[in-house]
Design a binder for this molecule. Structure first.
Ligand code: NAD
Ligand code: UD1
Length: 345
């Protein structure tokens, strides 16, 4: 298929782009590189042996240019990664988050309408669920009640996509709710390259291991979890990339059956605590990593896990890679590229 990939130079987008090319799809990356490096795409090009993709450097809210790019490429589907993703900064930059994450989604859908494309795969987040009401994995029909600005913009974009899909027959929107994507491509050539001090556990741990950060602070050791630290459902970025390819087939099927919107959790269903992750990382690196206990981080919950049975049934997909593969791949990437793509001074 011809697939327009917004945010295709970013962490999840670059891995998915490589997977798409490997499966014989053609792609057009649309990215303004505000949070990505062109080097990522050079490396995808090399890893895919000169893969069939073009690149348009533009802001998805630049409607005339986006329409022009979409009309020229004539996509059969779009995968929409472009967005702002930091829960921490979303409160202070609320309007930017609404503008890019919701306004950007509307702009994309208008451009797809102009180009006659009716299939969209959207990067949503487990954050749309907010606090778990019961101690069990989230299901897709659980209530959506996000507790922060970032999560509210993702929930609103989901609503926009549902309305767009319902507005005409044959349109399909797949809302993929990622849990905690981590790790890197097995080659160690592409990976996550956060700017500034990482907020998330895995990139922070990786930078502690290279010596760039002094010590990991474990946010909370008094949660009602087996070892007192927060439990999350980490998913290997390559599994996540494969899920997007499976989602393309599902979207086409759904459109053929009349269309509509469907949400899918993407995780492993397994929970890992911060301490377990630290131990797994130490085992791969082969030495202890400095860490200290610290108070809870505001907005965090004790445990989040995905019920992935809908993805298994309807996408025919399940995560295949384990925690060790996540940590090993991250370490391969980080040790070979201690400064990421070299864009972070
Ligand atoms: P990322 O920042 O690495 O990738 C996003 C890409 O979009 C970047 O390349 C950035 O330059 C681009 N972009 C941002 N705004 C743009 C705009 N207005 N116009 C054009 N390009 C723009 O982030 P990621 O980790 O790859 O996440 C991709 C998507 O998945 C995001 O929508 C994010 O909210 C969502 N998501 C990510 C995670 C995660 O843990 N990484 C979890 C849940 C959901
Ligand atoms: C966060 C976002 C979520 C987003 C996800 C992307 C919040 C509230 N949620 O999830 O919207 O989809 O990132 O991966 O920010 N931890 C430490 N020390 C650190 C960093 C993290 O102990 O330096 C702990 C956290 O308290 C948590 C776990 O590690 O228990 C995972 O944290 P993180 O990687 O930031 O992800 P989430 O908070 O789950």
């Amino acid at each position: 298929m011809r697939v327009l990939v917004t945010g295709g130079a970013g962490y999840l987008g670059s891995h998915t782009l490589l997977e798409l090319l490997g499966q014989g799809h053609e792609a057009l990356v649309v990215d303004d590189f505000r949070n990505a490096s062109p080097v990522a795409l050079e490396r995808v090009r090399a890893l895919s042996n000169g893969g069939a993709f073009g690149v348009e450097r533009l802001d998805i809210r630049d409607a005339p240019r986006l329409v022009e790019a979409a009309r020229a490429f004539r996509p059969e589907a779009a995968i929409h990664f472009a967005g702002l993703k930091s829960v921490g900064e979303s409160g202070a930059r609320a309007l930017d988050y609404w503008d890019v994450n919701v306004g950007g989604t509307v702009a994309l859908l208008r451009a797809l309408e102009e180009a006659g494309c009716g299939l969209v795969i959207f990067s949503s987040s487990a954050t749309v669920y907010g606090e778990p009401a019961e101690p069990r994995p989230f299901r897709e029909d659980d209530p959506v009640r996000p507790a922060n600005v970032y999560g509210r913009t993702k929930a609103a974009a989901e609503a926009v996509l549902r309305d767009w899909a319902a507005a005409a027959p044959g349109r399909a929107a797949l809302l993929l709710r990622y849990f905690n994507p981590v790790g890197a491509h097995a080659s160690g050539r592409i990976g996550e390259d956060p700017r500034g001090v990482p907020e998330n556990l895995m990139p922070f741990l990786a930078q502690v291991a290279t010596g760039r950060r002094a010590a990991l602070r474990i946010w909370g050791s008094d949660y009602p979890t087996p070892d007192g630290t927060g439990v999350r459902d980490y998913i290997h970025v390559e599994d996540l990339a494969e899920a997007h390819v499976a989602a393309l087939a599902r979207a086409r099927h759904l459109a053929g059956a009349g269309g509509g919107a469907e949400a899918f959790n993407l995780g492993t269903g397994k929970g890992t605590s911060v301490l377990e992750m630290l131990r797994a990382f130490e085992a791969v690196v082969g030495r202890p990593l400095p860490h200290e206990m610290a108070p809870r981080r505001s907005g965090d919950v004790a445990e989040m896990r995905a019920d992935c049975s809908r993805a298994a049934a309807d996408l025919g997909w399940r995560a295949r890679r384990d925690l060790r593969a996540m940590v090993e791949s991250l370490w391969r990437w980080q040790s070979a590229n201690p400064d990421g793509y070299g864009t972070d001074g």
